[in-house]
Design a protein around this ligand. Structure first.
Ligand code: ATP
Length: 248
């Protein structure tokens, strides 16, 4: 049974008639151009915004859940994270334990180690670099051990080493009863790491399936208006943008 299933989901003019499911153990990549609706969809799943249609969690309506249950089951890393106060790294990661009402030090330390921020626990988070802060905010979500992890462009500010590390971490996280839905712009990385891809365009699903099914020249031309050269058979997959597509 699907961990989560969207049926005919819509959000004002941003998302239309979305049907999508995530299976346990899956890492699904959400791709699409700027403004396609990726963050809007993640907001909707996280409960930050309310849309229409039905969202089912293992067959049960998500709307019937308490906020506390939802916060325990679904962890969300938004695109931009900032604390209004000068919180320490430890404080930020501890926020991930709020839904559980504890400050489980073991889980907080484990999350910090997974993202490589354990040496900075007593530092003020706003004294770290952008990429370092991004890893701290991801640790916050990991500390809550959600069954569904939603991450909005978690690789955007990371260097090459940490892009690799965090992707491997998300890959490992999406096992057993857990699933991960992650938005990203790098299609070669998406092809290399995700079980399935969901290509959004103007609030609708343009293509959904394996990287081979979704990353086809025709889909990318229609959505991004570029010509690409693709080789998904090599590891890691290669994708080069040749230039803008010709107007018909
Ligand atoms: N709160 C809002 N209310 C109304 N429209 C919004 C809101 N937030 C974003 N939008 C609009 O909805 C569309 C989708 O935005 P969204 O942030 O979901 O796109 P995205 O795919 O995540 O883009 P990007 O890759 O640039 O992050 C955009 O046209 C945006 O201007």
């Amino acid at each position: 049974m699907a961990l989560i299933e969207l049926k005919n989901v819509a959000l004002d003019r941003r998302l239309q008639a979305l049907d999508l499911d995530l299976q346990p153990g899956e890492l699904v990549g959400l791709i699409g151009p700027n403004g396609a609706g990726k963050s809007s969809l993640l907001n909707l799943l996280a409960g930050v915004e309310q849309g229409s249609g039905e969202i089912l969690w293992q067959g049960q309506k998500l709307s019937s859940w308490s906020l506390e249950t939802r916060a325990r089951k679904i962890g969300y890393l938004p695109q931009r994270c900032q604390s209004a106060w000068a919180l320490s790294v430890r404080d930020v990661i501890s926020l991930g334990r709020l839904p559980w009402g504890d400050e489980n030090l073991e889980k907080i330390l484990c999350a910090a180690q997974q993202t490589g921020v354990e040496d900075w626990l007593d530092l003020a988070v706003d004294q770290l670099s952008g990429g370092e802060q991004a890893r701290v905010w991801l640790a916050r979500v990991l500390a809550g051990e959600p069954q569904l992890l939603l991450a909005d462009e978690p690789l955007a500010s990371l260097d090459l080493f940490y892009q690799y590390q965090i992707l491997a971490l998300l890959r490992r996280y999406a096992q057993g009863e857990r699933a991960v839905l992650v938005s990203m712009h790098d299609l070669a990385i998406a092809a290399a790491s995700c079980d399935r891809l969901c290509l959004l365009h103007q609030g609708q699903i343009q293509a959904l399936g394996s990287p081979q099914q979704v990353l086809q020249k025709e889909h990318l031309r229609a959505v991004y208006q570029v010509e690409v050269e693709l080789d998904l058979e090599v590891h890691p997959p290669r994708l080069a943008v040749l230039g803008p597509s010709q107007c018909p």
